[in-house]
Design a protein around this ligand. Structure first.
Ligand SMILES: [Zn+2]
Length: 318
């Protein structure tokens, strides 16, 4: 499906050859006060929109024939659907459950800009949460609330700079039941940070069609058999880092400079969970917290790296 659909409509300028995403043109025209639909850069004539696939292609093996053509994944989700049955058969999980993955994704973006907001190689965090079809709407509301809370309560992002944007009929994928973006107010405007999607049984059904064996689930609760529905949360790890940094920047006035003007300095005010604390200032120590035991120890910053290497080396899975 990605080879057919993972694409953006693009237009080219016939004169200066600059390439634009069609959905970005409206904004650029408005910005530059252009009303005749011409090139925002040079005023030249634009071509009709053409589909431009966002996937990177390469070849596997020493011979670059068409048989060895492969694609770098444009998102991490597909591996989760492929492994659904393995996880059910070996993980002793019962619906509802989720499979989450963090990893690299690659997109052949034509406009990479705004620092690490849009890059060709980035880090994604995706989760597919599998539910009974009649529980999909409830799970969707639950994950909307939990993901928003993650940004506000865990990362300490300011509430007023976050909002939900519901996809309209023109933005919604044909199989999607409902979709919301969590948007952040970046210095360059409100843009997506994470997507929460109610995807029905589309992906598992399609995977079943192509591998020739329907993928379904026998629910031990009532012995019913169904294809689980999916609530997906898809977030940019790279973007979360960007947002955490941007949100922490503050300007503070610290008196006056020698000309009597306010002396303003820029400081980073991180959320207390992320930032060094008051003891750090006194004795140069930080807290090291162990995930499994929740035990906390104070460690001098100077020996932090060494201590972490030791703990990782000696770590034993329970
Ligand atoms: Zn042009």
């Amino acid at each position: 499906g990605h080879v057919e659909n993972f694409s953006d409509p693009l237009v080219d300028c016939k004169k200066c050859k600059t390439r634009f995403r069609e959905d970005h043109l409206e904004g650029l025209w408005e910005e530059k006060g252009i009303s005749d639909g011409s090139c925002p850069e040079c005023g030249g004539e634009l071509t009709e929109a053409r589909q431009f696939n966002l996937m990177f292609t390469t070849h596997m093996g020493p011979v670059a024939d068409s048989g060895s053509l492969i694609y770098l994944r444009p998102e991490t989700a597909q591996g989760i659907f492929v492994n659904f049955k393995n996880v059910v058969d070996t993980g002793r999980v019962k619906v509802p459950f989720g499979i989450a993955q963090v990893g690299k994704a690659f997109r052949n973006e034509i406009t990479t800009k705004n620092f690490i907001f849009r890059t060709c190689e980035f880090e994604q965090m995706e989760m597919q949460y599998f539910v009974r079809p009649d529980g999909a709407d409830e799970a969707f509301e639950e994950w909307k609330a939990r993901r928003m809370a993650w940004y506000v309560e865990r990362l300490g992002i300011k509430k007023e700079r976050l909002r939900f944007h519901q996809h309209g009929p023109d933005e919604l994928a044909h199989y999607a039941r409902d979709a919301y973006d969590i948007e952040y107010q970046y210095p360059f405007g409100w843009q997506e940070l994470e997507g929460i999607h109610s995807r029905t049984d589309f992906d598992l059904k399609r995977h079943g069609e192509y591998c020739g064996k329907e993928i379904n689930y026998l629910d031990p609760a009532d012995n019913s058999r169904y294809i689980p529905w999916v609530v997906e949360t898809s977030s940019g790890l790279t973007r979360s880092v960007l947002v955490t940094l941007m949100d922490a920047y503050h300007e503070e006035t610290i008196g006056e400079d020698k000309n009597g003007r306010p002396d303003v300095r820029t400081v980073l005010h991180f959320h207390p969970d992320i930032a060094p604390d008051y003891d750090t200032m006194k004795d140069n120590t930080v807290t090291l917290r162990f995930r499994d035991s929740m035990e906390q120890v104070r460690v001098p910053i100077a020996s932090l790296a060494e201590r972490m290497r030791k703990e990782i080396r000696e770590y034993k899975r329970n």
